[in-house]
Design a protein around this ligand. Structure first.
Ligand SMILES: C[S@@+](CC[C@H](N)C(=O)[O-])C[C@H]1O[C@@H](n2cnc3c(N)ncnc32)[C@H](O)[C@@H]1O
Length: 290
């Protein structure tokens, strides 16, 4: 028994935890191999706390697993179970190569007059989306005078809330990779211990909730010239990864490209034939007729 705020919380049995791990994999794609019951139990309690669910973990897991339409439960589990680690200009060489080399190539086959559309799938708290926007703004020549739209999606609504606010603690600058010179002053406004994206960045970006293993949640997004999905699929297993890759490919327009994180490049076996390499970048080019 665990005591929480003076009340004894009911113990969570191994069957409930196994069912929870299974449902998380099915509904979010996130595999839980070898994750200790203790950690899973902690995440489950955290999800119940976020959802305001007072008792009976087994009923909570059943409601989540059955996909019953209690949105609060799905949102709470996504917030409690996901790893949202990210930073500005993470693996910046890869992002810079995508903006400097790949975007011009992809744009050469883009329909005239349309804005460049880039998706960050699994964007967490938004740093990746703003980093892509800043790298693009630093290379005005690659846009050929077009507008750019950058969209971030994630299953975690609390992460998206931060992304939409565009407001970060000052410590995020210290953790950032090497961005364009003076980026934190040019593209953000500082106030006390926080810094907030300026209107130019905000006008180029938007955020939406979406689940890579539930393609119906992404239907309204349309297709993109470039889809970036980094440090997301490493948490999936072979089967859920295959489902997510299929979803990602569906979001790339014919002739567009998909970039995965360094650790994930090579995992997308179904599209190995589309793979291209340059020194800092591996990308998958969707054929015009596929
Ligand atoms: C470690 S962060 C990576 C953030 C960013 N892409 C980066 O590389 O810095 C992984 C993100 O993927 C999200 N995620 C996990 N499963 C997802 C799914 N099924 N659909 C969409 N996003 C998911 C998590 O909520 C989390 O914010």
């Amino acid at each position: 028994m665990l005591e929480v705020r003076g009340q004894v919380a009911p113990a969570i049995g191994p069957e409930t935890l196994r069912a929870f791990a299974h449902a998380v994999r099915e509904r979010l794609g996130l595999a839980q191999p070898g994750r200790r019951f203790e950690v899973l139990g902690h995440r489950l309690r955290e999800a119940m706390r976020i959802a305001g669910w007072e008792c009976d973990p087994a009923a909570f897991v059943f409601a989540f697993a059955s996909g019953s339409d209690d949105e609060a439960i799905s949102l709470a589990v996504a917030d409690a179970i996901t790893n949202q680690e990210t930073s500005f200009f993470r693996d910046v060489r890869q992002l810079a190569a995508a903006m400097g080399e790949l975007v011009p190539e992809v744009m050469s086959s883009a329909p005239g007059g349309e804005p460049l559309r880039i998706l960050s799938a699994g964007c967490s708290t938004g740093e990746e989306v703003y980093s892509l926007a800043m790298l693009l703004l630093d290379r005005p020549q690659v846009l050929w005078g077009r507008r750019a739209q950058l969209v971030g999606i994630d299953v975690s609504s609390s992460a998206l809330e931060v992304a939409r606010s565009g407001c970060y603690r000052i410590g995020a600058i210290a953790r950032a990779g090497a961005g364009p010179g003076d980026w934190e002053r040019r593209y953000f406004a500082r106030e006390d211990e926080r810094f907030t994206a300026r209107p130019l960045l905000r006008s180029m970006t938007r955020f939406a909730r979406g689940n890579l293993v539930a393609p119906r949640t992404l239907g309204a997004l349309g297709r993109f010239d470039l889809v970036v999905c980094r440090n997301v699929l490493i948490y999936f297993d072979a089967e859920t990864l295959a489902r997510a890759v299929e979803t990602l490919v569906g979001l790339v327009r014919p002739g567009g490209a998909l970039v995965l994180g360094h650790a994930e490049s090579g995992m997308a076996t179904s599209i190995q034939g589309w793979m291209n390499r340059s020194p800092d970048l591996i990308w998958y080019r969707r054929p015009e007729d596929a």
